[in-house]
Design a protein around this ligand. Structure first.
Ligand code: ADP
Length: 355
């Protein structure tokens, strides 16, 4: 809390106490528009400089309150912080106090409005993505009806209906997974997980796909225990291995390495496939982003795989990095904080383990 003007005897000291207790931005101004008190948040957000309000919009709001205008909330898009870099969305209201001062209260709504925006985009994307398989199923159902006399055609169309239905099921499952990951910032019931186990399981689940393309998956592991969720970590590694197989030519070689480097556990998935251009590299972790939508669709991709990987890593206190060169291949590296061998969590676990 700063008091910008030398003690103002006309100001009710209770106002200062209230401002100190509020998390909101709060500023009290005297009749000459000089700032008498400003809360820490107001200073941090750059509302006040040299004893005055910085933004003209807020000065106008204060003036209106002084003229006895209605108390109303105003949403303003203002330059952010003391350096006025970036923007912030602020909801503000001003009211005239009995002492002749004006009290200005403001809330930073930037984060809330961004979350709303992301949610709106997500819903729009999801409806768009769902339309493709649903439209496909509807057309195929019509084709089956038209071909009712031709059993070969019926079998062919039914097979394609199953592919579309599988895609729909996978899309819905990944949307649910991603929503869960985004809602919970942390894990609900973390346990020690050896990434070597997660990688083995993930590679097993990709075997069928790899065999169908005669791709070799080379798995090299060492013990690397992290604190987390085995199912989520397995899904994340599987998404990377699936992609490595899908975005490489047949008979390619994919290498999956689990290693421990000091306090960091790493899972490295490398391929010598198509690679990703530098401009696309910064976007591949976005939801529904695909370099080649037709290829992704052909492989049953949903465009959500890498977004899920990113969120799983973040929820485990780690991250995922990408190196890639078009035509050379790609390497995705998951890095997570390792659980030390003498960590109490591990010792408790060992003690509980049946002999
Ligand atoms: P998808 O379901 O389409 O595979 P992802 O989120 O897993 O969705 O990946 C997003 C996009 O990133 C893919 O459509 C593909 O264009 C690109 N991509 C991902 N992994 C690789 C890789 N190993 N090699 C080349 N491109 C990749």
């Amino acid at each position: 809390m700063i008091v910008a003007k030398p003690e103002d005897p006309t100001l009710d000291p209770g106002v200062v106490d209230v401002l100190a207790a509020l998390r909101q931005m709060g500023v009290v101004l005297d009749s000459s528009d000089a700032v008498v008190v400003a809360s820490d948040a107001a200073v941090r957000h750059g509302l006040v400089r040299d004893g005055e309000l910085v933004h003209q919009e807020l000065r106008d709001l204060v003036r209106e309150a002084r003229r006895g205008g209605d108390l109303r909330d105003l949403t303003l898009d203002l330059p952010r912080g003391p350096l006025l870099r970036g923007r912030m969305l602020v909801s503000a209201r001003a009211s005239l106090l009995r002492t002749g001062h004006v009290l200005l209260l403001a809330d930073d709504r930037t984060r809330v409005s961004r979350v709303d925006e992301v949610r709106r985009d997500f819903v729009a994307n999801v409806s768009h993505e769902l339309k493709t398989p649903v439209g496909g199923l509807s057309l195929l159902a019509e084709a089956v009806m038209d071909a009712s006399g031709d059993s070969d055609a019926v079998i062919r169309f039914a097979g394609r209906m199953r592919v579309e239905a599988d895609r729909l099921a996978r899309l819905v499952q990944e949307i649910v997974d991603l929503s869960r990951l985004q809602v919970a910032d942390t894990l609900t019931d973390p346990k020690p997980v050896d990434l070597a186990d997660a990688a083995r399981e993930a590679v097993d689940r990709c075997r069928l796909l790899a065999d169908s393309k005669s791709t070799t998956i080379d798995l090299r592991t060492e013990r690397a225990v992290v604190y987390g969720d085995l199912a989520l970590l397995t899904t994340a590694i599987r998404n990377l291995v699936d992609n490595a197989v899908n975005y490489s030519d047949p008979q390619a070689r994919v290498v999956v390495t689990v290693r421990r480097i000091g306090a960091v556990a790493e899972v490295v998935v490398s391929d010598n496939g198509l690679g990703i251009s530098p401009t696309a590299q910064s976007r591949v972790f976005e939801r529904f982003f695909r370099l080649d939508p037709a290829r992704s669709r052909a492989t049953g991709g949903t465009g959500l795989g890498l977004s899920i990987v990113k969120h799983v890593c973040a929820n485990h206190g780690g991250d995922v990095r990408l190196w890639s060169e078009p035509g050379q291949g790609s390497t995705f590296t998951i890095s997570l904080p390792v659980l030390a061998d003498d960590d109490p969590v591990l010792t408790q676990l060992d003690r509980k383990a049946p002999r």
